[in-house]
Every structure is written in C-alpha cells, then in structure tokens.
Write a protein that binds this ligand. Structure first.
Ligand code: FES
Length: 179
C-alpha cells in the first residue's frame, strides 16, 4: 500500500528523464545535420584557399620582357572542387626590369574575365566597359579598384602564382581577395 504512491511519484520523474534524453538526442541530430552545411560554408573556403596556395605558371624563360600573357595555372595539388577550374588562369606580366606581376583574370567590378589587348596595351572587361592599364590600374568604367594580384615566387627557374590579394590605387596591398 505504501509502495503505490512511491511508484506513482517516480513515474513522472522517469518520464521527465526520458523526455530530456529524447530532446537531447533530437537536438544533437539537428545540430549534426545543420553542422554539415555550416561547416561547408565556413570551413571549406579556408580549405579551398589552402588547396590553391601555389600553382605553376610556367618557366621564367618562357616570358618575354615587356610581355603580358594569359596562362593556365597548374595547381600543385589536384583541384578538390571542379568549379575551381575556370578560376585557374592569370595574366603574367614581365616588366622591363625583368620582374613579374601576376594579375587575377577577373574584373574587380563583378568578376567578368578580363582580356588583354596587346595593341591597346589595356585590359578590357567585356561586361560594363571596365578598362585597366598594363599595371592593372582602372582607366574607365565601374571597377572599384585595380586588378587583383597573385602572390608569386620563382623556384628553380619556374614562376609560381599564389594567393590572390587586392591593391589600392597606389598598388599597395590592402587585403586578401574575396570572391
Ligand atoms: S565586371 Fe568588369 S566592368 Fe563590370
């Protein structure tokens, strides 16, 4: 007779515990499901930028002094994301003093791929009339800043292009590129 009330009192407590455990499991599952896309959104860009830290642009001797030429960049590691492929191009400029500049091939307005016109000595954006000089400075149109650059290095006679960064009107580095 005395055990009955005790049994009835313990029943709600065990139900409460069951409910807490159940809610914990459900929220854990929801967190896990949401965590996958959020992890992709926040974590993968960092992975992607590391994957493309350095790419081969070609032998140094293959670039003539004064020439600006489009090159396909060969990533040192295979692309993880197929959509990266169209971004793997750059313009290599070998200046009169023999040093290099490597320009990102996308306009700084809304990202259309720019073309180099050797006769005009200008980069032209096909979308909204953006024009850049051979140093990447804006000459006309809506681009808000000069062409972005790649970090670069020369090793064993080969030119490599690295991370993309932005510059201001004085061509001073102002930050990392964000597409
Ligand atoms: S994308 Fe180049 S001017 Fe608009």
């Amino acid at each position: 007779m005395s055990s009955e009330p005790h049994h009835q009192a313990s029943l709600p407590r065990s139900r409460r515990r069951f409910t807490v455990v159940l809610l914990g499991a459900i929220s854990g599952a929801i967190g896990g499901i949401l965590g996958i896309p959020l992890g992709g959104f926040f974590g993968l860009p960092a992975l992607r930028s590391r994957e493309f830290a350095w790419a081969e642009a070609g032998p140094v001797d293959g670039f003539k002094v004064g020439e600006i030429r489009f090159v396909a960049l060969m990533p040192l590691r295979r692309p993880v994301w197929p959509e990266e492929a169209p971004r793997m191009g750059a313009f290599v400029s070998r200046k009169a003093d023999g040093t290099f500049e490597v320009f990102h091939n996308h306009c700084t307005h809304v990202g259309c791929p720019v073309n180099w016109n050797p006769a005009a000595q200008r980069f032209f954006s096909p979308c909204h009339g953006g024009v850049f000089d051979r140093s990447g400075r804006v000459l006309a149109g809506p681009p808000p800043r000069p062409l972005d650059r790649h970090e670069m290095k020369v090793e064993k006679g080969v030119l490599y292009a690295g991370e993309i960064y932005s510059v201001n009107e004085r061509l001073e580095r102002v930050g990392r590129y964000h597409s």
